[in-house]
Design a protein around this ligand. Structure first.
Ligand SMILES: [Zn+2]
Length: 277
C-alpha cells in the first residue's frame, strides 16, 4: 500500500512540476458560499464556475464536489485547425506566456483535444486600457449599433449594441470593473450578464456559459463567461451593450480603436474589419 501511495505521490509531484498547475477537489460543507470557498482556496469564483459545468452559483449544496486549479486559471480546449496565436489573441495575451505556462516548446505542436492552461494573471495583458473600456471578446463586428433589419424577425429595429462574432466557447471578459447586477436568462438576450460601475452599465448577451453571479464584484479583464448562441441568435456571437442612465450608446465610441498582440504586431481590429475600413 505504501508503495502505491509513493508511486501516486511521485506521479502527482511530477505532473505538478511538469505542467505548472495542479487540479484539486473541494467538498462543499454546510454554510459555505462560493465566494467564501474561493477566498479560502485562493482562487477566483469565475475560474471555479468556468471549470465546473454543473454548478449553480447561488445554490451550492453540502457534499457537492467542486474542481479547482492552482494557480488560479481556466482551461482552453484546442480544436482542429486552432493556431496558438489565435488562442493567445482570444485571451488578449502572448503566445510566449501560453507556451511558458504549459511547458510547450513550440507553438506548432498543438493537437486537437489538448487542454491548455491559462492562468488568470496572463489574461487581458495586451488589452488597450487607455479608453477605460476593454474589448470583451476577440472577434469581428458582425452587426453594428443603430437601426437595422432584425436578421430573425426581418422587422426594422434599433440595435442597442454591437454584435461581435466569435466561435462558441471563446472567453468573454468584463469590459469594466463593477458589480454584477444580472446573470441569467433574459428573453432574446439568452444567457446575459449585466455589469454596472456606478455610471456605466455593460451587457453581454447570447452566452453559452456564465462564470459570475449577481452581487459579485468583478475586475476589468476577468473571465465572466463564454461565447454562445442562446436566445434570439443566428450563430455564436456576443451582443455587447453600453448604457448610461438607461440610454444605450455606441460601444465603438468607448472601445479602443486598435489592439496589439503581445508580439508587438498590430492585429486586425474588430472595429476596422467589421466597419469595412
Ligand atoms: Zn446584438
Amino acid at each position: 500500500m505504501k508503495k502505491v501511495i509513493d508511486v501516486f505521490l511521485l506521479f502527482f509531484i511530477v505532473t505538478v512540476s511538469y505542467m505548472g498547475y495542479s487540479v484539486y477537489h473541494y467538498t462543499v460543507k454546510s454554510g459555505d458560499t462560493l465566494s467564501l470557498i474561493a477566498q479560502r482556496l485562493g482562487v477566483s469564483v469565475d475560474s471555479i464556475l468556468d471549470l465546473n459545468l454543473m454548478i449553480n452559483a447561488n445554490k451550492i449544496y453540502s457534499g457537492e464536489r467542486i474542481l479547482y486549479v492552482k494557480p488560479d486559471g481556466v482551461f482552453q480546449s484546442v480544436n482542429k485547425g486552432d493556431a496558438l496565436w489565435h488562442i493567445a489573441a482570444e485571451y488578449f495575451t502572448t503566445v510566449k506566456s501560453i507556451l511558458k505556462n504549459n511547458h510547450l516548446k513550440s507553438p506548432n505542436l498543438l493537437f486537437p483535444g489538448e487542454k491548455l492552461f491559462i492562468p488568470s494573471t496572463i489574461m487581458c495583458k495586451t488589452s488597450d486600457k487607455k479608453t477605460g473600456v476593454i474589448w470583451p471578446v476577440f472577434g469581428e463586428i458582425t452587426s453594428p449599433y443603430g437601426w437595422r433589419i432584425n436578421p430573425i424577425t426581418r422587422k426594422k429595429e434599433f440595435h442597442a449594441g454591437v454584435d461581435i462574432g466569435a466561435p462558441e466557447g471563446t472567453p468573454v471578459f468584463s469590459a469594466i470593473s463593477g458589480i454584477v447586477t444580472y446573470a441569467g436568462w433574459y428573453g432574446g438576450y439568452g444567457n446575459m450578464i449585466q455589469i454596472f460601475n456606478g455610471h456605466m452599465l455593460t451587457r453581454y448577451g447570447h452566452l453559452s456559459k456564465i462564470d459570475c453571479y449577481v452581487g459579485e464584484h468583478v475586475k476589468q479583464g476577468m473571465i465572466i463567461g463564454r461565447i454562445g448562441s442562446t436566445g434570439l441568435s443566428t450563430g455564436p456571437h456576443l451582443h455587447f451593450e453600453i448604457r448610461i442612465n438607461g440610454t444605450p450608446y455606441n460601444p465603438l465610441g468607448y472601445l479602443p480603436y486598435v489592439y496589439w498582440s503581445g508580439e508587438g504586431k498590430k492585429l486586425p481590429t474588430p472595429y476596422q474589419e467589421g466597419m469595412g475600413y
